[in-house]
Design a protein around this ligand. Structure first.
Ligand code: 3HC
Length: 277
């Protein structure tokens, strides 16, 4: 099986890493050759470390090629899109993928909170579009949600499910509803956590300690939002709010201000916490 990944940011690079680890021929597409090479270097570094730690015996980075051309994804069996979380660019990309890929190529989106059905509506072969929603950091989080859009075919859906298994993930099946399964629950919950900062006048550190030591979370909510990115979290909150109108889904003003100020979390070095690069 040959896998294509479009967008080698944190999520796309993590997905490409999983494909290489699974021994699959992988093509990663980035907008510039330099970004592609950087992502390939990061993936190589993580895999090297896994070998050093004895977590895997070996890997072949030669399985991963990077390109700036969408046309180089033409003969992939599955292409996973992990570009910017915005409907129009995603729809434009799917139109291009429909033009260049084989008719039987499954086209998957890693969207966090957009509608897979709306993304698929941009193309005439919507039956081959499904959601494959990975969690951040993709190489470490075991789950992948396999999302059935209104017009997804059984064949495309099961191909995506089988790929999820091949990538070593625990796939779950769900339908295309706002936030799917996990984000439908997690996003309003994280928004509650941010609101409690002001309500209970608790510090960021104490809130994180509270949820880690009182609720068994592996990391605190503020650490988690920094990991996901305040921009990504605000965008997902707004998407859920727009669809479901539940007040808890609306992004807390504190987070919107952080995102607007460029305090995006780990990726910019500053969010709730400060990070060394
Ligand atoms: N590939 C391979 N290894 C990686 C890696 C990668 N891409 N990224 C990090 N690692 C390595 C680290 O370098 C570290 O290796 P080292 O021991 O050699 O330094 C190793 O993995 C483990 O790192 P940690 O010590 O940080 O591991 P922890 O045991 O603390 O676990 C965690 C980290 C898995 C992130 C854990 O804290 C956790 O489960 N946190 C919750 C994350 C979560 O909830 N994610 C979901 C977010 S929501 C989402 O993604 C949805 C989206 O739509 C918004």
């Amino acid at each position: 099986m040959k896998v294509g990944v479009v967008g080698l940011g944190a999520m796309g690079a993590g997905i490409a890493q999983l494909a290489v680890e699974a021994g699959l021929e992988t093509v990663g597409r980035e907008v510039t050759a330099e970004l592609g090479e950087k992502a390939r270097g990061r993936i190589d570094g993580f895999l090297k470390r896994k070998v050093e730690k004895g977590q895997i015996e070996a890997y072949d980075i030669g399985l991963l090629t990077t390109t700036t051309e969408v046309a180089d994804l033409a003969d992939c069996d599955v292409v996973i899109e992990a570009i910017v979380e915005s409907l129009e660019p995603k729809q434009e990309l799917f139109r291009e993928l429909e033009r260049v890929c084989r008719p039987d190529t499954v086209l998957a989106t890693n969207t966090s909170a957009l509608s897979v059905t709306e993304i698929a509506s941009a193309i005439s072969s919507a039956e081959r579009v499904v959601g494959m929603h990975f969690f951040n950091p993709a190489p470490l989080m075991p789950l992948v949600e396999i999302v059935r859009a209104e017009l997804s075919s059984d064949e495309a859906f099961e191909t995506a499910y089988a790929l999820g298994e091949k990538l070593g993930k625990h796939p779950i099946r769900c339908h295309d509803t706002p936030g799917f399964v996990v984000n439908r629950v997690l996003i309003p919950l994280l928004n509650d956590c941010v609101r409690v900062l002001d309500e209970a006048r608790v510090s960021v550190e104490d809130l994180d300690a509270g949820m880690k030591h009182g609720a068994g979370w592996p990391m605190g909510p503020c650490e988690l939002i920094d990991l996901v990115g305040t921009d990504v979290h605000v965008h997902a909150s707004e998407a859920l709010w727009a669809k479901l109108r539940e007040p808890r889904m609306a992004a807390p003003p504190r987070l919107v201000a952080m995102a607007n100020a460029g305090l995006l979390g780990r990726k910019t070095g500053r969010g709730f916490y400060t990070y060394e690069s």
